[in-house]
Design a protein around this ligand. Structure first.
Ligand SMILES: Cc1cc2nc3c(=O)[nH]c(=O)nc-3n(C[C@H](O)[C@H](O)[C@H](O)COP(=O)(O)OP(=O)(O)OC[C@H]3O[C@@H](n4cnc5c(N)ncnc54)[C@H](O)[C@@H]3O)c2cc1C
Length: 288
């Protein structure tokens, strides 16, 4: 299939982009890497009249590290998450997650801001941003505001973005020395969207987990902190021994639906296996 007709404009500045988006109302949408939007247009899942290409806006690019905050511009490509020295050393969770996003061609074009705005519940980066306690910087003609990633994802493909608003950047608090990260996903083939995935951050004292933030993807409606599981693993020594408590916590946080080829019970089982795997690997990662 092919997309319906649309107009295309490439604003020269952020202010111009704001103005065009505001004037366009619901008919105008931002275009970043195009890896989700253009596929949706070609499948006629949406038919905006005007694409506003923000892909060259200098104001949405760049990466910095200052005052205990790592800031990544919304146009940071998935490939940069994998390759940049800053993300590999300061945000290794994003670098690990990016390895699993689609294929090289998608990682070359797809952007951090696009992934967060699209809010696919099977996507890796929204879950990582929630686990890392990130803050999104949003902008429009009305000015800038900051929203915690935890509050940004409202539902299935639904976010806190208001019409005409753009994600400008994402800010991550600097990782404490005793913090470690965990990541895993189960997909039918490498590069496919995850059936069940988990992004995690934990504070360890020797082999004991003091605090943890676990966020699932692929088997949820939106990226949200898995409160029961995070609380269940906090205070545990590794390796985890109380499998029943873990499985019960997972059932509290997750209520997946049956989908073609995968029953909800199977997803819960996979989530339990994956959680054990990711959490038990904390100790080795912390030692490394
Ligand atoms: C074959 C294939 C496999 C894929 N596999 C995966 C995968 O395994 N995991 C995964 O996470 N993703 C996957 N993706 C999606 C990919 O990561 C996309 O790059 C990402 O979801 C969207 O980023 P984008 O820059 O391409 O955004 P676009 O497609 O340009 O835009 C997506 C949406 O976000 C809006 N938008 C974009 N940028 C902004 C902004 N700065 N502010 C406000 N709104 C904005 C657009 O208006 C649009 O609604 C896959 C895509 C394809 C085609």
């Amino acid at each position: 299939m092919k997309a319906r007709n649309f107009r295309y404009v490439r604003p020269a500045s952020l202010q111009q982009a704001y103005r065009i988006l505001e004037e366009g109302g619901g008919d105008a949408v931002p275009l970043a890497g195009g890896q989700s939007l253009l596929a949706g247009l070609n499948m006629r899942l949406s038919a905006p009249k005007l694409l506003v290409d923000i892909g060259e806006l200098r104001e949405l690019g760049g990466q910095s590290h200052a005052g205990g905050v790592v800031r990544l511009g919304a146009l940071t490509r998935h490939r940069e998450l994998l390759e940049s020295e800053l993300t590999r050393t300061r945000l290794p969770l994003l670098a690990r997650a990016a390895e699993h996003i689609g294929h090289a061609a998608i990682r070359n074009r797809g952007t951090l801001g696009g992934s967060l705005a699209y809010a696919d519940p099977a996507a890796e980066l929204p879950a990582c941003c929630v686990a890392l306690g990130a803050t999104l910087v949003l902008g429009s003609n009305a000015g800038e505001r900051r929203v915690r990633a935890e509050d940004f994802f409202k539902g299935l493909f639904e976010t806190d973005l208001k019409p005409g608003e753009l994600i400008l950047a994402v800010e991550f608090p600097e990782r404490a020395a005793e913090e470690t990260i965990g990541f895993g996903e189960l997909a039918r083939r490498h590069g496919d969207f995850a059936l069940v995935g988990l992004a995690a951050v934990a504070t360890l004292v020797r082999d004991r987990i003091e605090r943890a933030r676990l966020v699932y993807f692929g088997c949820v409606e939106r990226a949200a902190l898995a409160r029961a599981v995070s609380a269940a693993v906090a205070g545990s020594s590794l390796p985890l021994t109380d499998q029943a408590a873990l499985a019960a916590a997972i059932r509290t946080d997750l209520s997946p639906n049956d989908t073609p080829g995968l029953r909800a019970d199977t997803k819960l089982h996979l989530a339990t296996v994956l959680t054990r795997r990711v959490v038990n690997a904390f100790a080795a990662r912390a030692a490394a």
